[in-house]
Design a protein around this ligand. Structure first.
Ligand SMILES: Cc1cc2nc3c(=O)[nH]c(=O)nc-3n(C[C@H](O)[C@H](O)[C@H](O)COP(=O)(O)O)c2cc1C
Length: 212
């Protein structure tokens, strides 16, 4: 894994929206409890939901450590791993239901580095990081829907261009396929690469196009 020697650069405010790409991806979210103990969990439900201010949403099952920590501290960091077997194996370890108080980063052999603004750490081995403060939450079914406002963003320096656009072939983000395939979770979990791009032209010529 290309960690430890990687230098992270801050992504300025005006580029946060364009840099969260694709709009949804598999992530590891770090939080701390009221005593500052680190927690990490994997999420497939993470989506960028507003442009200005840049806001990111996810849902977490009630009574998970992330649920308690987000409600108690109002902060979290979204860390985006790449589509590489070594880090996705760690995404799976971080997704194991460890007992409350266990630091999943230690279990997975991942490195906590300080965040730029918030208390939860960044995960060094991830390529980009969005530090968030809770904007609103909603309890729903057995879940908590969390929307966070980005307060700092950073990335490996080769993953962001000078205009703040994502260098997708370096970031190489992934989606989690969930239960859509007949894999048994204990054996294999399926991920799909999310960085093949295709620019699609506007072929509709109606007057509404001007407004969008
Ligand atoms: C790839 C992957 C995606 C996951 N996505 C979610 C999710 O979107 N929401 C959720 O509540 N749990 C999700 N999980 C399960 C949590 O990561 C898992 O329940 C974890 O134990 C919660 O940790 P916590 O108690 O430390 O918060 C996912 C797990 C994996 C491996």
């Amino acid at each position: 894994m290309d960690s430890k020697t990687v230098s992270k650069v801050d992504v300025p405010y005006e580029h946060w929206d364009r840099f969260f790409s694709p709009v949804a991806c598999v992530v590891m979210i770090t939080t701390v409890d009221t005593e500052g103990r680190i927690n990490a969990a994997s999420f497939a439900t993470c989506v960028r939901v507003n442009h200005e201010p840049t806001c990111i949403a996810f849902t977490v099952e009630k009574n998970k450590d992330t649920y308690h920590n987000v409600l108690a501290t109002q902060e979290f960091v979204v860390n985006i791993p790449s589509f590489d077997r070594a880090i996705l194996e760690k995404v799976r370890i971080v997704g194991v239901r460890f007992a409350r108080g266990v630091n999943e980063l230690e279990k997975a052999g991942l490195t906590a580095i300080p965040a730029r603004v918030v208390k939860p750490p960044r995960i060094e081995e991830c390529k980009s990081h969005f530090e968030c403060k809770v904007e609103w939450v909603k309890e729903w079914l057995n879940r908590l829907m969390v929307v966070g406002r980005v307060v700092a963003a950073s990335a490996n320096e080769d993953c962001v261009d000078k205009d703040g656009y994502a260098v997708l072939e370096k970031l190489r983000p992934a989606h989690y396929c969930g239960k859509a395939f007949k894999t048994k979770l204990k054996d294999g979990a399926l991920f799909v690469a999310a960085y093949e791009t295709m620019e699609v032209d506007m072929i509709y010529q109606g007057p509404e196009v001007e407004q969008t």
